[in-house]
Design a protein around this ligand. Structure first.
Ligand code: UDX
Length: 473
């Protein structure tokens, strides 16, 4: 009788910070549970992640490998040129992935591929080689469900929007409680439906259904109605979030003082932690717009004045590549001018975000509503002011303000007086009300990753299923 294969999971993230982070958390959790795991980055990101991963390799069962994304080394791989990246993934990277998996077949055959929900090349190649594939979408359940509904919205004539009024109510998204406006839908709904990127994201979403199961970084108590809609599409859904909190739990909490899920493409500037130590309890507004969003100089100045005018200390992550459309020298000058840390202001290129949010001096988070940032804020119990820009962020901020009531939404506005007003509402006028909702949701999140919590149980189920798949491959 043939020996059953040892389970070997290949994890394939989309090459961007917000995707690598949760998928690496999952990789570490799987390896900790005794599964052999290969984490496959692009060469470009592999070079960036490894040096600042303090616990690499965190387990002898986890190995980091890389393949080419097909673009030249000097390509910026920026949001503005994402179309070139996704095209190259579909063609060149897919061929490299096939070669990689065939090589693995000889040494240590892969028994299960976990592919990012916008990396269907993982599902395709796995299918060619008769390896089962699971899809991991790094969005919320709400956003993923909305993406699945987009073809119906087009069919019903609701998309493209019949006119330019983004404040009009939008009806037809099942499971959406409360008032939903057109502007609250994912940014894809505002783009040309015949554009390459629109097609790409819809095709990728549909391709996910070829996988044998779905993984989401969310938890049952947060998104039960949306998860039940997704269960009508996928026979097996594993909601295992917040993954960073699950990773910390698996190591017994913050014992090392550093997050167990660190996986940054940027070098963290830890000087902000000492600055936070000098600030009063819950006084600081933490500002970060994630890894992809860029702002104009004007927007930068509106945020700056709004924050200064509200009279609270703030810690702002302003990446060097975050200012749009300016000559490099002008940006450098502006950043030099702003980045003079004072008693009440601290600016850094990149912060240890989970630790910042857990610091007792932080009282609010001005965020772009990326899904990881939203979950990290919930886990830390920090209320949010949301300034969503792209992709899932618009609907995430709607959930934060209208469904969970744990923050305020300032989408599509950016002026100093609005910023000042919202900070005051968050930290004074509506503080009690918002903090009460946040305490409730945050406790539910923490329960979900406890020993008997839904995410912990779902992760156990996932691991068992991966082992079973290995035995039958
Ligand atoms: C984007 C999307 O908006 C997100 O919802 C999607 O799932 C992936 O692509 P991004 O802009 O990277 O992601 O935002 P977010 O999802 O919030 O992820 C950013 C990550 O970088 C967070 O985990 C955050 O902790 C980390 N970060 C950010 C830092 O570690 N330091 C910083 O200074 C800023």
């Amino acid at each position: 009788m043939e020996e059953p294969l040892e389970s070997h999971v290949l994890i394939l993230p989309f090459p961007a910070q917000g995707h690598i982070k949760p998928m690496l958390c999952l990789a570490k959790l799987l390896a900790t549970s005794g599964l052999r795991v290969t984490f496959l980055n692009t060469h470009n990101n592999h070079r960036r992640v490894l040096p600042h991963n303090p616990c690499s390799p965190p387990s002898p069962l986890l190995r980091f490998e890389s393949i080419s994304d097909g673009l030249p080394d000097d390509h910026p791989r920026s949001l503005e040129r994402i179309e070139e990246l996704v095209l190259s993934i579909k063609m060149a990277m897919k061929a490299h992935l096939r070669e990689f998996l065939l090589r693995e077949c000889v040494q240590l055959p892969v028994t299960c591929v976990i592919a990012d929900g916008i990396m269907s090349i993982g599902i395709d190649v796995a299918e060619e080689l008769s390896v089962p594939a699971i899809s991991f979408r790094t969005y919320s359940a709400c956003c993923l469900w909305t993406y699945f509904c987009i073809p119906t919205f087009i069919h019903e004539g609701k998309l493209p929007f019949p006119d330019d009024d983004l404040d009009k109510e939008f009806h037809g998204l099942r499971g959406a409680e409360g008032l939903l406006r057109r502007r609250d839908l994912p940014s894809l709904c505002r783009s040309q439906i015949d554009s390459n990127l629109f097609r790409y994201f819809i095709d990728e979403t549909i391709a996910m259904t070829q996988a044998c199961a779905l993984i989401l970084n969310t938890f049952d108590a947060l998104e039960a109605p949306m998860l039940s809609h997704l269960a009508t599409i996928f026979s097996d859904v594993y909601s295992i979030g917040p993954l960073h909190a699950l990773a910390i739990q698996s190591k017994g909490g913050h014992s090392s003082g550093r997050s167990e899920s660190v996986s940054s493409l940027w070098i963290e500037d830890r000087s902000c932690m000492a600055w936070l130590d000098s600030q009063a309890s819950r006084s600081v507004i933490y500002v970060s717009f994630g890894s992809l969003v860029k702002i104009t100089v004007d927007q930068c100045m509106e945020f700056w004045h709004g924050l200064v005018n509200c009279g609270r200390p703030f810690l702002w992550v302003l990446r060097e590549d975050a200012i749009l459309g300016e000559k490099e020298d002008n940006v450098k000058l502006l950043l030099l001018e702003l980045k003079v840390t004072s008693e009440t202001q601290c600016l850094v290129d990149w912060a240890p975000q989970e630790e910042v949010l857990a610091h007792p001096a932080v009282g609010g988070f001005l965020t772009h509503s990326g899904w990881n940032s939203t979950l990290e804020s919930i886990a830390a119990g920090i209320p949010m002011i949301c300034w969503p820009r792209i992709a899932d962020q618009q609907i995430n901020s709607w959930c934060v303000s209208e469904v969970w009531k744990i923050g305020l939404d300032m989408k599509d506005t950016c002026d100093r007086s609005t910023i000042e007003t919202l900070v005051r509402i968050l930290t004074e006028d509506k503080k009690e009300e918002i903090m009460k909702s946040m305490a409730r949701i945050s406790a539910l999140g923490s329960d979900s990753v406890g020993p008997e919590g839904s995410s912990s149980k779902n992760l156990e189920r996932l691991i068992e299923n991966i082992r079973k798949i290995g035995r039958t491959s």
